[in-house]
Design a protein around this ligand. Sequence first.
Ligand SMILES: [Zn+2]
Length: 408
Amino acid sequence: MVIQCAKNNHSLNQLNQPITIFAFPVQTEVFNKNMAKKTSETADAPKHVAVVTDASLEFFRNYINNPSPTGFEWKGQQLWLDYINPYIDEHYVDNYGTAVGIINKDAPYKVVIEAHADEISWFVNYITNDGLIYVIRNGGSDHQIAPSKRVDIHTDNGIVKAVFGWPAIHTRSAGEKEEAPTLKNIFLDCGCTTKEEVEKLGIHVGCVITYEDEFMVLNDRYYVGRALDNRAGGFMIAEVARLLKENKKKLPFGLYIVNAVQEEIGLRGAEMIAHHIKPNVAIVTDVTHDTQTPMINKITQGDLACGKGPVVSYAPAVQNNLNKLLIESAQNANIPFQRQASSRSTGTDTDAFAYSNDGVPSALISLPLRYMHTTVEMIHKEDVDNVIRMIYETLLNIKAGQDFRYIK
Ligand SMILES: [Zn+2]
């Protein structure tokens, strides 16, 4: 999720928005031959339908562990295309690396499901004569979490390791106001003492830098990793393609499964590909903030929780008739969901699709996530299954040529 510029950030989220959990009878239709494990059952909530298999989880792990910095996403895009290939008819990749899996290419009515492929990172900006490296952001990287992190500097010679150093607690003046990490004082140490040594390692201004943190599962309940924002989305739309194939569903329209680049610096990949595809409908998935942990204000940020389902958005960029279709699809399939409101734009690729071409009916299905833009982003396993199901069920309810206009 991109960090919105100030003019778009007048956050007036709905207060105490109720979390909706539907208590309908359990759906009996066989969803997928590989699913089956039902992980949570309570008297009130519908039984959870698992979707992610051991094989798809293996792909997700590899996909997350592969760095995909904004503007440098091609290796991750190749992994994604290799995974989705059995489930699509053909694919298209544009000049900047946005990848599209296509089903029913010749159909005149076009539906997009979309996520973004890039992860926030840093750029080498200045190498000192002492061999230390100052950085600038590539996307909304968080200066506060940098000190003491290990990083990978991407060079033509491969990965070079470095660390974000920070003065020891002992050497900081006791009793004085502490300096917070900012772009002006965080720096990388790659074990060199001169600029020449740094350059000999292949490091130059413009090399991108990612954290080395990798995927893990917490308490058999959460997926944790670096940049689950929004490679979880790329994984989920690929899983939708898998379900369509395995359940032998034939769609009456062309489906464009879009893994867009450069979202984190302002929805750029989506802008480019929306213009190319000219879709009739776009359903975007990205992450949103779980607001249950300390120092987050529910009055301004809303009341959203991991584990309580996908989040639908209300915003001018979201087309209401399409949004209703998402909600009805979730209700009919007993998929729990939550609601969120955004002022002006959603801060996701939804905005890029909505305001492209002549205006494309667009909607957003968000995955609640803890600790966005840190190296320990957390998402709930059941939410991942439910976002996949919600996109899948919605696609099955869209008709060829469907007209979403409010007044006809
Ligand atoms: Zn983001």
